[in-house]
Ligand binder design. Structure first.
Ligand code: FNR
Length: 185
């Protein structure tokens, strides 16, 4: 059965390394797997229940619909201060308030990239912690933590060129596809 995954990006900046990783995913997906990007988390206001009570913002509703329709979500994000960026946490907080909650029982893969050595590993465990409460089905392995990412991209255009990293991403997408088929039944 064909599968459709969507990518959720934790960085807002134009020259984002994580955005370069996310852009590579459609071409790295195994046969029968399509990958498309979600909207920017930068379009969400800061979570405020008063805004929610007046009506969910349109970008939140649109992203929730896209996630519900997808077979899986790939979260690609930098690590900020050993955790996830506030914008990504804000998006998760908004999505968690919508009913039906879009990430419930949804297969999710996590990818982090950093110019540092650790590749954003510490952010992954904070992200997993929130996804427990949302009852997402988070892929355990392989873990994609791309360290020294500045050496793994071409400058112009900014794209992920490192062959080993690209092959590894294909492996994780394959593992997510296996998980998604299982969840689909
Ligand atoms: C960072 N950076 C960073 N890197 C890391 O490996 N661990 C960390 O805890 C942090 N903390 C951190 C906090 C803040 C506020 C910023 C702005 C940056 C560096 C970060 O990995 C680097 O800026 C990346 O290039 C950000 O990802 P994008 O935007 O290139 O995808």
């Amino acid at each position: 059965k064909p599968l459709h995954f969507v990518t959720l990006l934790g960085s807002l900046r134009k020259a984002s390394f994580n955005a370069a990783v996310a852009r590579a995913l459609p071409s790295l997906a195994p046969d029968g797997v399509a990958v498309t990007p979600l909207g920017s988390v930068g379009e969400f206001p800061l979570y405020d229940q008063d805004i929610q009570d007046a009506g969910f913002p349109a970008p939140v509703l649109a992203m929730a619909d896209q996630i519900r329709a997808a077979d899986g979500v790939i979260i690609v994000t930098p690590e900020y201060n050993y955790s996830i960026p506030g914008g990504l946490k804000n998006a998760i907080d908004w999505l968690s308030r919508i009913s039906p909650q879009p990430l419930a029982r949804k297969p999710v893969a996590i990818q982090t990239a950093s110019p540092g050595m650790i590749g954003g590993a510490r952010a992954q465990y904070h992200l997993r912690q929130s996804l427990v409460f949302l009852d997402a089905v988070v892929l355990n392995r392989p873990e994609v933590m791309i360290g020294q990412v500045a050496d793994k991209v071409g400058a112009d255009p900014l794209e992920l060129t490192d062959a080993a990293t690209r092959a590894f991403l294909t492996r994780q997408l394959g593992a997510l596809a296996t998980l998604a088929q299982k969840v689909k039944g």
